[in-house]
Write a protein that binds this ligand. Structure first.
Ligand code: MIG
Length: 816
């Protein structure tokens, strides 16, 4: 008994409860505007306000809090006035919008959120509620037994997080495991899900926040931080998609990445000297394995001095990059934050002269060891420093570098016991001195901001591609994320998928893992399977640690080379779809990779199994994640589904077993979808053949799919220079009617052929009419050489139609 009590005390994530001061009774309140109440309760002040009918902000200020933080995460600061009413009764205050009622009990102050029907969505724990202890803040919430949680940014464990404890503190954790926490990226945001209804909470605090989701006691959960204010945003849902839409409205969404960054990317630590890099480039082209991006890791630099070249190994970078460019490659290089202490090194000198480095509490420059030896660290909290940092990119950019890999930006420091900058060190933060304890979690994100803006200045008019290891809520505004130093194991393949999904539902759509594993050797089978998953992770990049055997896609023997070529080619065929999905993410916040739980919150069986997921709304991906497996089970959601390759139709809400031999990635298209694909290419080049693979809808439903295109590199899409069309389809009896809308936007793709492949139609189709005119009918083999026409292809059981792609609206009818 005694021993177990002691144990409980030891594992409590906070000092004993007695030291916490829970918020007490309400003394008075005011209402500075109709959608806001400000409550005095003892020495504390609580502000509750609506940003939107379904978004509510709660802010606690207590005697120990130092006022609101600089808000690093938020982008949207002004929201329209929300119609709300305030009702004051002896026992409680109610603040209601059309979508949400906040009930504040007065004695003591406890908050609950209710839907318009009065159902409680979330409530403070009656015994504790909001509390503080010195500078620490925490809130305890009631946890219904059937409520589950997901989100929380980068996490290698299960998607569902109830009964776990998590901290957020960006950390360099090579060879992490499912239990390693924290990792590189912090997103203090989560979903609560109960009986199919979701709400979301964003804890807007950059300190080392912690989340106890019912581990401490199973009737409650809590979140808090050792400093800063208790400020959180409550999103009423009721779907996870509603929650994510509002969360990303608050913290921002991803701008469109350059199209080439959605091609295959090849990295290793390190391709050096330049002859090795050229050999890699040549091998891709010789072996006809598509690839867009090659990387240089830390060894391209002169003694790890950021923004320099080792001119012995890379004597003429512009010439090298020009040659790579002729073969269709872009070059990305790594940059670390640590600047080598060296009075002959320009970046060190100018950074010191401009006072751009982090200082200790005592006011001297903070030093720490990283790759270059003794280093100083740019203070990314200050605008002037981010500008100085960004300006350093001009020479790399003018040499032709186009990808910016931001590593070690937790930041990772080798020789300090805490492995990072001292928490008492000071960031200037534009004249509002901020401790590293407060800034740590946003250090990486602000580095990516400095990088992103600097690169835009250096290469005006082009979208930057920035890739980062560390980031924070909202970091998707500036950078893609990869999941750090993983291991070549089957378990890590599964972890890669979970981590990408966790990041995706936490606001980061542009994610990927080191394909094949960073540490260790995967062998052919694991590499091939990992690459297959990579087709449907937006960032498709293979990487390897130093001193590992070569792991390029051709390094596993001829049989695997063939499989890997086919896999990477599949990604390129899917690019129009992938690009459209990224556009959707940038406009709506919906990620490319969607756990089934996120889309079907009422299906409890999806919660514990993320081995299949949606890529966009119309494609179900069921990768093989287990050694030796050549078949797998798939739990198809409701509606109809088609095997993407064979066109075989499956009824939804079913469990099917499908073949998945080594070279095969099981994919299912949603009935009603039109998947836009393109011709095979060696690197992202304009679409000359647009293929629309049509999977007819169920019954007499009308369905809509979108195709989005733009020039792929500039910002002119923001001004409307894009091409967007909807593709509707609808069965009329046995017949099928497809309507391609006129293209919206001013971007005009190159003239091209459009191929349609329509599954789910029988061979008795007698005519295909396009805009009222009958197409000529061919035998399947005859269609190849005809400029227009149609055929029934008995081999694939599909109707194939060929025509010129036009920007006008067109109706296409398949009739019997
Ligand atoms: O301390 O630059 O996660 O991708 O290859 C290791 C060398 C530093 C860690 C990155 C990894 C990169 C490596 N870096």
């Amino acid at each position: 008994m005694k021993a177990s009590l002691l144990l409980t005390a030891m594992i409590l994530p906070f000092p004993l409860l007695g030291q916490w001061q829970s918020i007490g009774n309400i003394n008075s309140y005011s209402s500075p505007s109709p959608h806001e109440i400000v409550i005095r309760a003892g020495s504390a002040t609580v502000s509750i306000s609506f940003l939107a009918p379904d978004v509510c902000r709660v802010l606690l200020q207590h005697p120990g809090s130092k006022g609101p933080d600089t808000s690093w995460a938020l982008t949207r600061m002004t929201w329209p006035q929300v119609n709300a009413t305030i009702v004051d009764t002896p026992g409680e205050l109610r603040l209601s919008s059309a979508a949400l009622t906040v009930v504040v009990e007065k004695q003591p102050l406890r908050i609950s959120f209710r839907d318009p029907a009065g159902n409680v969505l979330n409530r403070d724990h009656p015994g504790k509620g909001m509390a503080w202890s010195g500078a620490e803040v925490r809130v305890w919430k009631s946890k219904p037994a059937d409520e589950v949680y997901f989100g929380f940014g980068e996490n290698a464990g299960e998607l569902e997080r109830s009964e776990t404890h998590m901290a957020m503190w960006n950390s360099d954790m090579p060879a992490y495991s499912t239990a390693t926490n924290p990792l590189y990226v912090s997103v203090p945001f989560f979903y609560g899900l109960r009986k199919g209804t979701a709400y979301g909470i964003f804890f807007n605090n950059t300190y080392r926040t912690s989340f106890d989701m019912g581990k401490e006691a199973n009737d409650q959960y809590s979140f808090g931080a050792p400093g800063g204010v208790l400020e959180y945003y409550f999103f009423a849902g009721p779907t996870p998609q509603n929650v994510l839409s509002r969360f990303t409205e608050l913290v921002g969404r991803m701008p469109m990445p350059p199209r080439w960054s959605l091609g295959y990317q090849q990295c290793r630590w390190s391709y050096t000297p330049e002859s090795r890099l050229r050999e890699i480039a040549r091998t891709f082209r010789e072996k006809k394995i598509p690839c867009d991006v090659l990387y240089l890791d830390i060894d391209y630099m002169d003694g790890y001095r950021i923004f320099t070249w080792n001119l012995r190994n890379f004597p003429d970078p512009p010439a090298l990059i020009r040659d790579l460019g002729k073969d269709g490659f872009k070059l990305a290089v790594i940059v670390d934050p640590g600047i080598k202490v060296d009075s002959t090194y320009a970046a060190y000198r100018s950074g010191l002269a401009g006072n751009h480095f982090v200082r200790t509490a005592g006011g001297s420059v903070f030093y720490g060891d990283v790759w270059p030896g003794r280093c100083v660290f740019p203070d990314f909290a200050s605008t002037a420093t981010r500008r100085w940092w960004g300006d350093q990119f001009s020479s790399l950019a003018s040499a032709g570098v186009r990808g910016w890999w931001n590593d070690m930006n937790e930041p990772s420091v080798f020789d300090v016991p805490t492995k990072t900058i001292d928490v008492n060190a000071l960031h200037n933060a534009d004249g509002r001195p901020t401790t590293h304890a407060a800034f740590h979690n946003v250090y990486g994100m602000m580095m990516t901001l400095g990088t992103y803006e600097g690169v835009i200045r250096a290469v005006p008019g082009e979208r930057p591609f920035v890739l980062t290891r560390a980031s924070f809520a909202g970091g998707q505004r500036y950078s893609a994320v990869w999941t750090g130093d993983n291991v070549a194991s089957w378990e890590h393949l599964r972890m890669a998928l979970t981590m990408c999904l966790n990041l995706s539902v936490s606001g980061f759509p542009f994610v990927g893992s080191d394909i094949g594993g960073f540490i260790g050797y995967p062998g052919g089978e694991l590499f091939a399977r990992w690459l297959q998953l990579g087709v449907f992770t937006p960032l498709m990049r293979a990487h390897s640690a130093i001193n590992e055997r070569n792991k390029e896609p051709w390094e596993f023997g001829e049989e695997f080379t063939e499989i890997n070529r086919k896999t990477i080619s599949l990604r390129y065929r899917f690019l129009p779809y992938v690009y459209t999905i990224m556009r959707e993410a940038s406009v709506t916040g919906m990620p490319a990779m969607r756990p089934l739980t996120f889309v079907y919150p009422d299906r409890e069986d999806y919660l514990g199994d993320v081995s299949e997921f949606l890529f966009g709304n119309n494609l179900l991906v069921a990768p093989v994640l287990t050694q030796g497996q050549t078949q797998r089970d798939v739990k198809l959601p409701a509606g109809g589904w088609y095997d993407f390759y064979s066109g075989r139709r499956y009824s939804g809400n079913s469990r099917v077993r499908v073949d998945a031999p080594l070279g095969h990635l099981p994919l299912f298209a949603r009935a009603g979808a039109i998947l836009p694909l393109q011709q095979p290419v060696q690197y992202t080049s304009p679409i000359d053949t647009l293929t629309l693979v049509v999977f007819p809808p169920e019954g007499d439903q009308e369905t809509v799919t979108t195709l989005y295109e733009d020039d792929g590199t500039s910002f002119s899409y923001v001004e409307g220079e894009y091409s967007e069309r909807t593709m509707r389809q609808h069965r009329a009896g046995e017949d099928l009617r497809i309507v391609l809308s006129a293209c919206k936007g001013s971007y005009v793709p190159v003239p091209r052929v459009m191929l349609m492949q329509v599954f789910g139609m029988d061979s008795t189709v007698a005519a295909v009419r396009v805009a009222g005119k009958s197409l000529q009918r061919f035998h399947a083999y005859g269609l190849e050489n005809a400029p227009e026409g149609w055929a029934y292809d008995h081999t694939s059981g599909s109707v194939k139609a060929k025509m010129t792609d036009l920007r006008e609206e067109r109706e296409i009818i398949l009739s019997h």
